[in-house]
Design a protein around this ligand. Structure first.
Ligand SMILES: Cc1cc2nc3c(=O)[nH]c(=O)nc-3n(C[C@H](O)[C@H](O)[C@H](O)COP(=O)(O)OP(=O)(O)OC[C@H]3O[C@@H](n4cnc5c(N)ncnc54)[C@H](O)[C@@H]3O)c2cc1C
Length: 427
């Protein structure tokens, strides 16, 4: 339905400075960053429910499912700056050491927080806790939220965007059929339907792999060690979680070929744990129990356009990465922190926040960070997934080099902490 059909003049439509489409990790984080800076009139639209506590994982936002996320040191700084870190820190586990190994080969690398002079190399949080803290904070802001709501149309205007909505009331505010905004922020995840409506497509190339995630009950304490293990079938990570009901736990991300993953998802718990134990070994003792298993087909997906007049694409809708290096969300959080700062500056300079010049400035600022992070996670995946003896030998010496050359290891650790680009920028 367009404005003409509805018979309403565009200028009479309810107006928002910004409309964020997608209330996942990135969309909500951006809304909170913006709200912490200035008194913006923001509408956040989410297709699913936002009542986390009462919703089952299957009908809530794709972001806040049974996964866990490793937050980088820079992500911590961003959340500190908007005042949610204290709440988050009640639920997260610090990574004191990262242990990288290659199954069947001698290469082994340990990186530690002590060496780097920080209290932790990163922080692991279960996504449902991340969601719970962010949504609680969102409810305390004067941000209008429409959940269970779909975008039916998107129409560029001379000085903004007209958006058609269809949905029900959730956290508050009436659903309006047509609204207009100075800036449409698309944060609705990979294969964005909203971007498609504007003819913005993404290019996706499948890794032919699936990530299986599950929480694993351990016999031994993880001692705040994150394990990254490369096997001939794909990488696996075990990230430290806090104890639950007296049981030690780690969060598993296990990357496999699509066919093998299908079998592992269907396997009985005992058979699954046996295969995992065989692949990982006994560093954490016996694997005692496995929680809910979920599967994610993996692809590198990049949007054709991140900015357009009155439109910006962020999060997985802009770039969706292989999870091997735990970089996707951390990169997106740096993006939206930069975007928030640029929009705030535009306001202070009395510039139009939807002006291409402003949005292009943001894109330029994040270009190097995005390119480096995409290349890093893509090459890491390819480098460590070869099965030939040559690539095994190269992998081996690569890991050994990381272990033996402190500067290399230092650089690798800093990249994982999300600091590489700011260092590159500053000198
Ligand atoms: C197995 C795995 C492990 C990972 N581990 C890490 C890690 O350790 N560290 C890290 O940094 N990153 C990690 N990532 C990446 C991280 O999960 C993503 O970067 C993050 O989910 C992106 O968030 P998003 O909000 O952009 O998209 P999503 O999480 O996909 O959220 C999109 C939101 O938009 C909503 N939506 C969809 N369509 C519409 C619509 N038309 N209208 C309104 N709303 C809509 C959805 O319901 C959802 O709430 C991992 C990814 C995977 C698969």
């Amino acid at each position: 339905m367009s404005t003409k059909e509805s018979g309403k003049a565009v200028k009479d439509l309810p107006h928002f400075d910004m409309v964020i489409v997608g209330g996942g990790m990135v969309g909500i984080s951006l809304a909170l960053i913006l709200a912490a800076q200035a008194d913006w009139k923001i509408l956040l639209v989410e297709a699913q429910s936002m009542k986390l506590a009462s919703a089952s994982a299957s009908n809530y936002s794709a972001s806040f499912d049974d996964r866990s996320t490793a937050l980088s040191w820079t992500s911590r700084s961003i959340y500190q700056s908007i005042g949610v870190w204290d709440q988050l820190s009640k639920h997260l586990t610090g990574i004191k050491q990262i242990h990288v190994s290659d199954r069947g080969h001698a290469g082994l690398t340990r990186m530690s927080a002590d060496e780097t002079g920080v209290d932790a190399l990163g922080y692991v949080i279960e996504n449902h806790w991340l969601g719970s803290v962010l949504i609680d904070r969102l409810a305390q802001q004067s941000i209008e939220v429409l959940a269970n709501t779909h975008i039916t149309s998107v129409r560029p205007l001379r000085d903004g965007v007209e958006i058609g909505l269809d949905g029900t009331k959730d956290l508050g505010g009436e659903v309006t059929r047509l609204i207009r905004t100075d800036l449409l922020i698309i944060a609705d995840g990979s294969n964005s339907k909203t971007a498609e409506k504007l003819g913005i497509h993404s290019k996706s190339s499948s890794y032919g792999q699936t990530a299986i995630i599950a929480n694993i009950q351990l016999e031994k304490k993880h001692q705040n060690v994150a394990y990254e293990r490369f096997t001939d079938q794909g990488p696996m990570a075990l990230l430290p979680l806090s104890d639950f009901e007296g049981q030690h736990r780690s969060a598993l991300v296990w990357v496999q070929s699509e066919e093998t993953a299908e079998g592992l998802i269907k396997a009985a718990d005992e058979a699954f744990l046996d295969s995992l134990q065989q692949r990982f070994g006994h560093r954490l003792g016996r694997f005692k129990q496995v929680g809910n298993r979920l599967a994610y087909p993996l692809a590198l997906s990049l949007t054709s356009e991140q900015v357009r007049r009155n439109v910006v694409v962020v999060g997985n809708a802009a770039h969706s990465l292989h999870p091997v290096a735990g970089q996707g969300f951390n990169l997106s959080l740096r993006d939206v922190a930069a975007l928030g700062a640029r929009l705030n500056l535009a306001r202070a300079e009395q510039k139009n926040i939807g002006a291409l010049e402003v949005l292009e400035d943001y894109r330029q600022q994040q270009l190097v960070d995005q390119r480096n992070t995409v290349i890093f996670s893509d090459s890491l995946t390819k480098f460590f997934s070869g099965t030939s003896s040559l690539s095994a030998a190269t992998r081996n010496s690569g890991l050994l080099a990381l272990d033996l050359v402190p500067q290399l290891r230092h650089g690798f650790t800093k990249f994982g902490m999300g600091m590489a680009t700011s260092e590159a920028r500053h000198g």
